[in-house]
Write a protein that binds this ligand. Sequence first.
Ligand code: NAD
Length: 280
Amino acid sequence: MAKLLEGKFVAEIIKEQLRSEITNLKIAPVLASIIVGNNSSSLAYIKSQEKTAISLGIIYKLHKFPENISEKELADFIIRLNQDKSINGVILQRPLPLVLDYIKISSMISAGKDVEGIHPSNMGRLVFGKSGIYACTAGAVMELLKSTGIDLYGKEAVIVGSSEIVGKPIALLLLEKFATVTVCHIATSEAGRLKEHVKRAEILIVAVGRAGLIKGQWIKKGAIVIDVGINRLNDLIVGDVDFKTAEKRASFITPVPGGVGPLTVVILMRNLIEATKLQQ
Ligand code: NAD
């Protein structure tokens, strides 16, 4: 039976490190958070960001805008935050109303204040293995893998899901550790080849958003399984991996909820501290 990889334990260890880094900074870092509209999952994420920020001595400034804000007004506000020396980091909450282009607007946040690690130049640095600011979920996955104590060198790693904020940055971070990386996506499934790739995985990371996509029988015995997916199934939150069967074959597995999620927000704060250090 697999050992559970619970994000809260790793999160506590990282929070302790962050507290001492904040003491060394000699200022309380300030995170400006922008939300447009009232999306319920964004509101829940904001609460968790604020709680984590306060617990670390970080100042969390929330800026709420109505759904009908124009792209120009939002862009002008971001530019003001970029220029404001009292602000160390900026996060634009997802999703934006459909009429607003998230990629275009979020890339207006200057690279030095991009605490989500999604600015093209922070992404670019990742290609060279030079970035201290990663996409938060990717950072969380890497911390969970580190907590297993397993050396990734030469391991067969399979990622299912190739989004810009999850799958692609994880692939780059795993390459940095010299894992052999395969990235699967919708076309892999459509070609009927998902199962054969998953079956080879010594490290399996799944970030799709489809409950039960990965069957437990596909998991290689002893694999490490990180399930990033979040799906609402009736009243339950479940991942993309069929947990009950997978835990019988894996060596380590993340629960959903309680695996990657609790760490993501801590990595966001780590990115803020990294950005503040670079500004100093
Ligand atoms: P996305 O929609 O941007 O990307 C989904 C990816 O899955 C794409 O690469 C797509 O090609 C692939 N895909 C879709 N159907 C597939 C199939 N049948 N077989 C194989 N691949 C398929 O999603 P995202 O933003 O990367 O999020 C993925 C999941 O991770 C969602 O459930 C999201 O809620 C969750 N998530 C969790 C956290 C966290 O902190 N725990 C953070 C971000 C995202």
